[in-house]
Design a protein around this ligand. Structure first.
Ligand code: ADP
Length: 629
């Protein structure tokens, strides 16, 4: 029979497994048992509506060790695979289409690959030199899949009668470094099952040898084999909280949700009432590799009375909590509920509300009691909450506003809006913010100099979504949000305002000529009251889009290339202003060049590209030449 080749990515992964230096080889058993358990779930599910899927044996996983042959087999009476199934499931890997996966594979970083993607069936090649898969589905012939790794696999039809799958691993020979024979030790195998697969809902059984007194004899013993169930089978979430260790929660999370890091937060609770359910929810401690791609499947697992119903039930949580992984177990939905029916289920609305409330209170609790942890959480998933505010015309803004934190000028810490409001200065009516690409960059923004000098707190907006979400909110508890980079300044004293207006009048012709020199690039040139050490800055007109939004829109592949209406502001107390005034007396054309340089400089500080870099460079060179004359 002709050998078939593995697909490229599979082959690479296989090579990696075969040459694995991953010390955690033992996880292969967990992977194979999880697959068996999934297959049992599928059969159970089918049997609900189709009696030909009923099994005369109870659904179970059977492990068998054969020391002579050096084999360990994992057999289930689950759904089985047909020929196409073998071909597509074992010849290719689920993640092989994803760019991230390819990248990791190229980099050969196997710890990341195993951790992030869960290599599943292929992990068996870390311990086996040859694998045989015997399998059969209801109403189809049996098939055997054989592979010795790199050089491909064969599939042949067999006369297997049992529905389900048996995977036989021919263990590798021991080496100086690795003792593969330990997987032939029933005690070791039992330990591994307890460690990784204790909660599997089906019995994982194995024949275990036992020495006992011979019947009818007092001093003679005999060895008998006994079928032993190795796992406790009580799903973790159905166990009593006080009997569960953090380690239990963590290892369950990692196995079930394919993460290699412990979760940041575990939320386990049980509710009785309008709708009764148990929930085991996790907040990951890092962003899933595909979180921002459309590959990411949000939603919780749904169980009914401890039996798996469906994965990724999206309607159980709102979008803005899509980072939450976990499961819900409720007696109130029927086992064979479909996604469509689930959507219309009124119980579901109650369930969703209740879950949403619990997640929020867990977050609030973390915000109050574990601030560092919350900041870590927020750095990863804060944008989801901000999108939540922005989405659906702001319908969830009240729900989410108190979960937001922003870096702020107040002791350079993350602050909540409530904290900001409580600290507001007397007479301050607005919440000030400044946008930029990083905290460091914002701190150097000219527009916030006076604000900070006068002791106002400024929120630093470093994400594009920040400004959009506060615009959606409009205000927080009656206090409007106010950009430091917009024209109107509400912190001027009457005196400062007067001084500004006088200077404006006195220098009107200079300012007009400067505006003209910029030839429509700005809508005005004005005397500023917001600057301290900087000579000039740009601000956007109050009505209309902000400069940050202009940058954002310009990145979009298509659509609105709208621009902010910019105003160039000049610091009247800066030496440069005196220079401009003097130059204006002598040589009006010099002022034109200076204005252009100052404008380009303000653009740069603001994070915009300059209009014409070559022209700017030439002008600066001219200035240097003049200075040396
Ligand atoms: P994953 O489990 O992440 O999908 P695997 O490589 O472990 O990836 O398995 C690939 C697929 O092979 C599974 O999704 C399933 O369809 C099939 N499969 C694996 N083991 C079994 C089994 N014991 N019974 C039925 N199908 C199986």
């Amino acid at each position: 029979m002709a050998k078939k080749q593995f697909k490229t990515e599979s082959k690479k992964l296989l090579d990696l497994m075969i040459n694995s230096i991953y010390t955690n080889r033992e996880i292969f058993l967990r992977e194979l048992i999880s697959n068996a358990s999934d297959a049992l779930d599928k059969r159970h599910y089918m049997s609900l509506t189709d009696s030909s899927y009923n099994s005369s044996d109870p659904l179970h996983v059977f492990l068998e060790i054969n020391k002579e042959e050096r084999t360990l087999s994992i057999e289930d009476n689950g759904i089985g695979m047909d020929k196409e199934g073998l071909e597509t499931n074992l010849g290719t890997i689920a993640h092989s289409g994803s760019g991230d996966f390819k990248q990791q594979l190229e980099s050969g970083n196997e710890v990341d690959i195993i951790g992030q993607f869960g290599v599943g069936f292929y992990s068996a090649f870390m311990v086996a030199k040859k694998i045989i898969v015997d399998t059969k589905q209801v109403g189809k012939p049996g098939y055997r899949w054989i592979s010795e790794g790199q050089d491909g696999y064969q599939i042949e039809e067999t006369d297997r009668e049992k529905v389900g799958t048996k995977i036989t691993l021919y263990l590798r020979d021991d080496t100086e470094d690795v003792n593969y024979s330990e997987y032939l030790d029933s005690y070791k195998v039992e330990l591994l099952v307890k460690k990784y697969s204790d909660y599997i809902r089906y019995p994982i059984q194995m024949l275990v040898e036992k020495t006992q007194p011979k019947e009818g004899s007092e001093d003679e013993y005999e060895t008998v084999s006994e079928l032993k169930t190795l796992n406790s089978m009580v799903p973790l979430w159905r166990r009593n909280k006080k009997d569960i260790t953090e380690e239990d929660y963590n290892s369950f999370y990692k196995t079930k949700f394919y993460d290699w890091e412990n979760p940041l937060k575990t939320i386990h609770y049980s509710l009785e009432g309008n709708v009764s359910y148990k929930a085991l929810l996790y907040i990951p401690s890092r962003i899933p590799y595909n979180f921002y791609s459309k590959d990411y499947e949000a939603g919780l697992q749904l169980y009914s009375k401890g039996v798996f119903v469906m994965d990724h039930a999206k309607d159980l949580i709102p979008d803005y909590y899509s980072f939450v992984r976990g499961l819900i177990d409720t007696d109130d939905v029927s086992l064979n509920i479909s996604r469509e029916i689930l959507q219309q289920n009124t119980q579901l609305q109650t369930l969703r509300k209740s879950i949403t409330k619990k997640i929020k209170s867990a977050l609030v609790d973390m915000l109050i009691k574990e601030r560092d942890k919350y900041e870590e959480f927020f750095k990863n998933f804060g944008n989801s909450l901000k999108y939540g505010i922005y989405q659906d015309y702001g319908i969830n803004k009240d729900e989410l506003k108190d979960l937001l934190i922003f870096p702020s000028s107040h002791e350079d810490k993350y602050v909540t809006l409530k904290e900001y409001k409580e600290r507001m200065k007397e007479g301050q009516n607005e919440i000030f913010y400044c946008t930029g690409s990083s905290i460091e960059q914002i701190k150097r923004q000219p527009q916030i100099e006076k604000l900070l000098a006068k002791g106002y707190e400024v929120l630093y907006f470093i994400n594009e979504i920040d400004e959009f979400s506060v615009m959606m909110m409009r205000d927080y508890d009656g206090k409007q949000f106010k950009s430091a980079q917009k024209a109107d300044s509400s912190i001027e004293t009457e005196e400062e305002k007067q001084k500004k207006e006088n200077l404006q009048k006195d220098n009107q012709s200079l300012l007009n000529d400067m505006k003209e020199a910029l030839n429509g690039k700005v809508s005005d040139v004005r005397i500023s009251s917001r600057l301290e050490s900087n000579p000039v800055c740009l601000v956007a007109e109050d009505n209309g889009i902000s400069m940050e939004m202009e940058k954002y829109l310009s990145q979009l592949p298509e659509g609105d290339k709208a621009k902010a209406n910019k105003i160039l502001e000049i610091n009247p107390d800066h030496e440069i202003f005196k220079v401009l005034q003097n130059a204006y007396q002598k040589d009006e054309s010099a002022v034109k060049d200076y204005t252009n340089i100052l404008y380009q400089q303000a653009l740069l500080i603001e994070g915009f590209p300059v209009d014409d870099p070559v022209e700017l460079a030439n002008k600066i060179c001219d200035l240097i030449k003049k200075a040396s004359n």
